[in-house]
Structures are given as structure tokens and as C-alpha cells.
Design a protein around this ligand. Structure first.
Ligand SMILES: [Zn+2]
Length: 53
């Protein structure tokens, strides 16, 4: 799955993918990576949260 222009850093295109511990988003332009916390149960939290706008 791919979300266009949804990177919070550079507004680039973000792909959504899953690995063995859950879902994540990765920006194709800048390499920004973000765990999908509504999908995956990860203990660590991203430092920046809820600031997508
Ligand atoms: Zn980006």
C-alpha cells in the first residue's frame, strides 16, 4: 500500500509495509520511518507523535 504525500518531513510518498513485528511506513524520498501503532504493539513510542500537520 502506498500513501501519496503523507510524509510528515518532506511530504513525499510513503509506502506502508509489514514485517515480522508489524506495520510501518517508510518514506521513499527521505527514508523517514514510522511504526503504525494502531496495527503493531511495540513498546517503544515514536518521539514525535500526533504532529502530522
Ligand atoms: Zn519524507
Amino acid at each position: 500500500m502506498m500513501k501519496l504525500k503523507s510524509c510528515p518531513r518532506c511530504r513525499g510518498d510513503v509506502i506502508v509495509d509489514w514485517d515480522h513485528h508489524g506495520g510501518y511506513e517508510q518514506c521513499l524520498q527521505c527514508g523517514y520511518q514510522h511504526d503504525l501503532k494502531n496495527v503493531v504493539k511495540v513498546e517503544r513510542r515514536p518521539v514525535q507523535e500526533m504532529r502530522q500537520r
